[in-house]
Design a protein around this ligand. Structure first.
Ligand SMILES: *Cc1c(COP(=O)(O)O)cnc(C)c1O
Length: 236
């Protein structure tokens, strides 16, 4: 990946323009697509720079990292979503801090989110994560099991299903990922048409720095961008 030398604010301005262009090209309204800044490995100060530049949605991958940076975030007008793999024993660290958990892939995890949401007297929105590439090593439910899991979660108090999330296989070719995005949109519409009580299938979270324009073409309503906003990450 090339190194981005632009400022965070410049990057966000360019990305907003690219989101608009992709939406208009797909016959959609730019306001239908929400931009998330994925904060992993970024300091709270850099995340606050993104917030100052107008970002109002953060994506957190790890409970511990969220807890470390949470107090420092300038979060008065900001929503936080959890987007990483969430162990059931970490749920209590996350519920109450985030308005949505995008990575729910088991009934057990949903039950924990329900339990701690009720304790705090909040409702936590969730997305069901689909393992759209059916990869052995990836989180998410198989596409064929999504509806059943959603029907189970719909019976729990303090939690509400709002849609689907996916991380397609590592980018091989844009045409391949295009197929995964199209399939995700089909699954969303299919489940929406069943009109399950207490379920509202309005959010389709897909598209990252490399492929968000393609995801928007296939109905994404939430794009999750890290590198495009902050530049390349250095992992430790
Ligand atoms: C890291 C991450 C992203 C953002 O990836 P970039 O390629 O840096 O935009 C999006 N979604 C999830 C779940 C991630 O872990």
């Amino acid at each position: 990946m090339e190194k981005l030398s632009n400022s965070i604010a410049d990057n966000i301005k360019r990305i907003r323009w690219e989101i608009s262009e992709a939406a208009i090209a797909a016959g959609r309204k730019p306001e239908e697509i929400r931009l998330m800044a994925v904060t992993k490995t970024q300091s709270a100060a850099r995340v606050n720079e993104a917030i100052a530049a107008g970002v109002d949605l953060l994506g957190e991958n790890k409970a511990q990292e969220l807890c470390q940076k949470y107090e420092e975030y300038h979060k008065d007008h900001v929503d936080i979503h959890f987007i990483g793999h969430l162990q059931t024993n970490k749920v209590k660290q996350v519920v109450g801090k985030v308005s949505m958990v995008e990575s729910v892939d088991s009934f057990k995890l949903a039950q924990e989110i329900s339990k701690f949401s009720q304790k705090l007297g909040v409702t936590t929105d969730v997305l069901v994560q689909i393992n759209i590439g059916e990869e052995e090593t990836k989180s998410g439910v198989a596409p064929s099991q999504a509806e059943e899991l959603i029907r189970q979660i719909a019976t729990l108090p303090g939690i509400r299903v709002r849609g689907l999330m996916a991380i397609p296989p590592i980018w091989k070719s844009s045409s391949e990922n295009e197929g995964y995005f199209a399939r995700m949109h089909e699954i969303l519409v299919d489940i929406r048409d069943k009109k399950i009580d207490n379920v509202n299938m309005e959010v389709l979270s897909m598209g990252m720095s490399e492929d968000f324009a393609v995801a928007i073409r296939h109905g994404s309503t939430l794009v999750r961008l890290g590198t495009a906003i902050f530049g390349s990450r250095s992992y430790t």
